[in-house]
Design a protein around this ligand. Structure first.
Ligand code: SRM
Ligand code: SF4
Length: 544
């Protein structure tokens, strides 16, 4: 179905979704879910599939009566007993595995409509919700996973995340937005919550000995990536929630509702510009915004919290563990929960780079914790490849996927093969290099902001047949020298991706300057040369 205006009298996708939302709010579908759970999959009104998203329930490909459920974890915060319950559900209802997502949530697949009410009642009983995890509403709020413990933190923004979460979730003021709406709030010293690629980015910063918050709006990825526009606003902590509410309302009232591809807030910000956006925002607030905002601090290229770090609480540490491609077995979930109880403070925090962090670990116990986590294949000193290699869901379950990423039943996993090849053939790499693998251009796995981005495409194979491949983007990143990856004109069959990555990083090791990082080398190396390295072709001919 076209996303654009009515085609040949048929309802466009945007018109259909808008009508579905008008006729019955997504939040009103719960009683129907209960009914369908009794009557079975075949009884489901196809239009209610759309509304199910408001409860974090999404049809999984190939749509054979199974669903993905997205557990909404504001700030990626979990208590051990919550993760133990998720592990039980994973084992008994989700075929044994779940994924940490790029918005710090956990997703489970293979769930049936019959089981949803029971599973949700168990999750709700331990304080885990799925409401507004999907749909045209405010999605999970990402935040710094080491809030409250990190020595370099400017402000513990967790209470603010919780306040905005309470404001957003289940609130009919925001349950019919033009499209998904993403918020990032943190007091992190390295801005790991990536405000610049969210609809709202709120980050702590200093001004004359006082901490306030920086506000940026209209960031996003997908097929039209955009870095958020910074507004002249210095917010006090008590202004954060009203500002988020007012921005969501602005988007609700002014966002595009006629084309799904244009219905994100970044297009409204682009159309209005920062100045008008701020005026419109202020007109909705009961207080004046302080416009005296100091320059933005420069952020490092490395923006995660993996590894072992001393906490601000003396004698305690947080330990960031690497989770391979974000995928956890039920057993690994139980191990994380157990380790957090035995060695830490009983919390497990998920990260937007699909990893997990345990906090409150006494110094004397760090080594044993790291040993046990390593045995469970979640090493704290995970090499850079496992630490930073991210992959979206891909064709295994995703309705929009062009290619496989993490896994396709019966076939080698392209992401796993590539990660394995880098680990085995290049071994330890001291530099932080971000490789993000997506099964289509939507960029759920954030390939635009990766050093090396892989975007699933269909292409011609050696014999002229159509094969699954990856289009390569290089040089993306946030923080210092931020920018989106550039298309270097290189498409590779998925079966060649592992070798191509090894060749690319080997070339960098050989040709990069002594103090030059991969980013610097990739920026100065011509596209054709990078592509030739990846394809194993003669570099001189390609560069010439
Ligand atoms: Fe996403 C749609 C998975 C983060 C941009 N995304 C989808 C769907 C629902 C497609 C489908 O119909 O099946 C995928 C569900 C497959 C499944 O079963 O898992 C899906 N998106 C994901 C996750 C699970 C990828 C991951 O492996 O981590 C992430 C879940 C986040 C969460 O927990 O809330 C995920 N998606 C993102 C991000 C990254 C982010 O938010 O930082 C983006 C880019 C940022 C942005 O929104 O601009 C993203 N997803 C999209 C888009 C493009 C939206 C657009 O504006 O055009 C779609 C397609 C759509 O909405 O029509 C999409
Ligand atoms: Fe699906 Fe594409 Fe998102 Fe991957 S990037 S989860 S393939 S929509």
């Amino acid at each position: 179905m076209s996303d654009e205006e009515e085609v040949g009298g048929r309802e466009s996708k945007a018109a259909r979704v808008e009508r579905i939302k008008r006729e019955k709010d997504g939040l009103d579908v719960w009683d129907d879910i209960l009914r369908y759970s009794r009557e079975g999959f075949d009884a489901i009104d196809p239009e209610d599939f759309e509304r199910f998203k408001w409860y974090g329930v999404y049809r999984q490909k190939p749509n054979n009566a199974h669903f993905m459920i997205r557990l909404r974890l504001p700030n990626g915060a979990l208590r051990a007993h919550q993760l133990e319950l998720i592990a039980d559900i994973t084992e008994h209802y989700a075929r044994g595995f779940g994924d940490i997502t790029t918005r710090q949530n956990i997703q489970l697949h293979w769930i049936t409509i019959e089981d949803i009410p029971y599973l949700f009642s168990r999750l709700n009983a331990v304080g885990v919700t799925t409401v507004a995890a999907c749909g045209d509403d405010p999605r999970n709020i990402v935040g710094c996973p080491v809030h409250g413990v990190d020595c370099d933190e400017l402000y513990d923004a967790r209470p603010l995340v919780d306040e905005v979460h309470r404001l957003y979730v289940g609130n009919r003021e925001y349950s019919n937005l033009p499209r998904k709406f993403k918020t990032s709030i943190s007091g992190c010293g390295i801005r790991c919550a990536q405000g610049e690629i969210n609809d709202i980015g709120i980050n702590a910063l200093w001004r004359d000995g006082e901490v306030g918050f920086d506000l940026e709006v209209g960031g996003g990825l997908s097929t039209v990536p955009r870095i958020a526009t910074r507004l002249d606003a210095f917010l006090r902590p008590d202004q954060v929630a009203p500002v988020c509410g007012a921005i969501a309302a602005l988007f609700r009232d002014h966002g595009c509702r006629t084309k799904r591809t244009k219905a994100r807030m970044k297009f409204l910000v682009e159309q209005w510009g920062g100045e008008r956006f701020l005026e419109e925002l202020e007109a909705r607030l009961p207080f004046a915004i302080d416009h005296d905002v100091p320059p933005r601090p420069e952020m490092p290229h490395v923006r995660d919290h993996v590894g072992v770090f001393a906490q601000k609480q003396e004698g305690l540490n947080y330990v960031g563990l690497t989770v391979r491609l974000g995928r956890l077995t039920a057993e690994q979930m139980r191990t994380l929960a157990r380790l957090s109880r035995e060695f830490g403070d009983g919390t497990v925090r998920t990260t937007n780079s699909q990893n997990a962090i345990l906090t409150g670990v006494p110094t004397a116990r760090v080594d044993e914790l790291a040993r046990q986590a390593g045995n469970a294949l979640m090493p704290a000193d995970g090499d850079v490849w496992q630490r930073t290699f991210m992959a979206c869901t891909g064709a295994q379950f995703c309705n929009l996927a062009v290619t496989a990423t993490k896994e396709t039943p019966g076939e080698p996993s392209p992401a796993e093969s590539a990660l394995g090849a880098l680990q085995e053939r290049l071994g330890h790499f001291s530099e932080f290099i971000r490789i993000n693998f997506n099964g289509c251009p939507n960029s759920c796995g954030q390939h635009w902001v990766a050093d090396v981005g892989l975007q699933g495409v269909l292409m011609k194979g050696a014999g002229g047949e159509q094969v699954e491949g990856a289009l390569v983007t290089i040089g993306g990143g946030l923080g210092r020298e931020s920018g989106f990856g550039r298309n270097i004109g290189c498409r590779l069959p998925l079966t060649d991706v592992a070798d191509a990555l090894v060749r690319l990083f080997s070339a960098y090791q050989e040709l990069g300057g002594e103090d030059e990082n991969f980013r610097g080398w990739a920026l100065r190396t011509p596209d054709a040369e990078l592509a030739a390295h990846m394809k194993g072709e003669a570099v001189v001919a390609a560069a010439g």
